[in-house]
Ligand binder design. Structure first.
Ligand code: AMP
Ligand code: MG
Length: 440
């Protein structure tokens, strides 16, 4: 049994991030929403594209109006009106001005905007009643971004603001990392699908739904491979097939030491390297982590050729091992171990920057006493609330047995009780892992 942080370090060490050439694809901009940029984007356009006005007013020559005031106003001839989308036709000469609207192109000759509140207009003449500052309200071409400089860095997830930037830069297509393929297998003779009438002793395969949803929310592609019986041959074939199809395989159940828990033996038989067998975490102790292929293991494709009708098609080079997570079966444990261990691995694989890999922990005041047996690092589920700008943690009501999943609904934080500590009093400051706030 290893400490949580050590498990995290081992897992992140096993993940090779996607390769910008091999694991990327070119997509239409809208199709790339929520994807991660695989290469730095540059634009051939300056932002602003041209000098333009930041206000409604008049484009003038500063020298013409620098000395004016309400007592000694200056009258200028208005030679044209420059609305949005219009290319100015005149050069502003001494004694002239152009009516200009916000965002419109500055005319030649003018260098300053007089806001309309400081003017009076009569026919073709504008009277300027206050001296502006030199170059007032002129947005200079390239002041925000200079053509050719990096516009957006590789590793950035494309959300609405990035969409706006890329659209404005006329990047109709973008190069993004492909979505990680994550196979999801549920193991157990007791499991039935959501539509099957329940017989005594049977349990609905809820992990399939929870994990598929977590995988999709992480921007990856869930491959739902269904339920596999507690039968060594069936499990072996299912796991081998899952490894072939996916970058990451998640199985749930069968990793404890019960009579029907075969997963670890099968992983070894399939040529996997087992890196983690148990973690000092509650819930979630029986977590298995293994790799297939890559630098670590050899001979797997040969084994597959013998056991499977499916031919081995490498999705990545030998440098990128497939990662296998054998998650505990009970739903709370499966969720907690996903949040704590799988999600960081997915984020690293996806090409996100290092700062986005690990979960976000915040300090919060606990509203109730928290209890743990002290033997493992405990994660207690509940809600994070902001009260007067400070986080407070409200423990979910009801049973915190790992067999209960009903009070998981609405979880937005996992309070951490460190190993060796058996209780934390209400009102104390604790560490809470944030759940459900998108990262990176
Ligand atoms: P196991 O790790 O296989 O011993 O399973 C531990 C507990 O989790 C048992 O009560 C199982 O019935 C339950 N369980 C296992 N797999 C699933 C699943 N896919 N969905 C819901 N409950 C499960
Ligand atoms: Mg089982």
């Amino acid at each position: 049994m290893i400490p949580v942080e050590q498990a995290e370090t081992i897992i992140l060490g096993l993940v090779h991030p996607f390769d910008a050439d091999r694991d990327s694809e070119v997509l239409e901009l809208l199709d790339a929403s929520n994807r991660v940029l695989a290469s730095t984007v540059t634009s051939a356009l300056d932002f602003p594209h041209w000098d333009n006005s930041a206000m409604d007013g008049y484009a003038v020559r500063y020298v013409d109006v620098q000395a004016c005031s309400a007592e000694s106003p200056v009258r200028l001839e208005v030679v044209e009106t420059i609305p949005a989308g219009y290319k100015p036709q005149h050069t502003i000469e001494a004694g002239q001005a152009a009516r200009i609207l916000t965002g419109s192109v500055m005319p030649q000759g003018a260098d300053t905007i007089v806001i309309q509140e400081d003017t009076q207009r009569t026919g073709d003449v504008v009277t300027v009643l206050a001296a502006p500052k030199p170059q007032a309200f002129v947005r200079r071409q390239a002041a925000f971004y200079q053509a050719g400089a990096p516009l957006l860095p590789a590793g950035l997830r494309l959300q609405a603001p990035e969409m706006a930037v890329l659209a404005a830069a006329q990047c109709a297509q973008v190069t993004v990392y492909r979505r990680p393929r994550v196979a999801i297998l549920s193991t157990g003779d007791e499991l039935v699908s959501i539509n099957q009438p329940l017989q005594p002793g049977e349990i609905v395969d809820s992990n399939q739904y929870a994990l598929a949803s977590l995988v999709a929310q992480a921007g990856a592609m869930p491959l739902r491979l269904g339920v596999v019986r507690d039968d060594p041959e069936a499990l072996k074939a299912a796991i081998a097939s899952a490894i072939d199809q996916a970058d990451i395989v998640l199985s749930s159940g069968g990793v404890s030491v019960g009579d029907y828990d075969y997963v670890e033996d099968i992983l070894t038989a399939l040529g996997g390297n087992i890196h983690i067998r148990a973690v000092a975490v509650k819930p979630g102790k029986p977590l298995t982590v293994a790799t297939f292929g890559g630098e670590a293991a050899e001979g797997r494709s040969q084994l597959n050729a013998q056991t499977l009708p499916i031919s081995y098609s490498p999705l990545s080079t030998p440098h990128s091992p497939k990662l296998y997570f054998g998650l505990p079966g009970n739903p709370v444990s499966a969720l907690v171990t996903f949040w704590r261990f799988v999600e960081p691995a997915l984020r690293k694989l996806s090409g996100l920057p290092e700062a986005a890999w690990k979960p976000t922990f915040v300090r919060a005041k606990t509203q109730v006493d928290l209890r743990s047996d002290g033997k493992r690092e405990s994660y207690l589920w509940g809600q994070l609330h902001l009260v007067d700008g400070l986080y407070e943690f409200a423990l979910a009501g009801g049973s915190h047995s790992s067999g209960n999943l009903i009070n998981l609904a609405g979880t937005s934080g996992l309070a951490v009780v460190p190993m060796g500590q058996t209780h934390i009093d209400s009102g104390e400051s604790i560490r809470v892992m944030q759940i459900g706030s998108p990262k990176g």
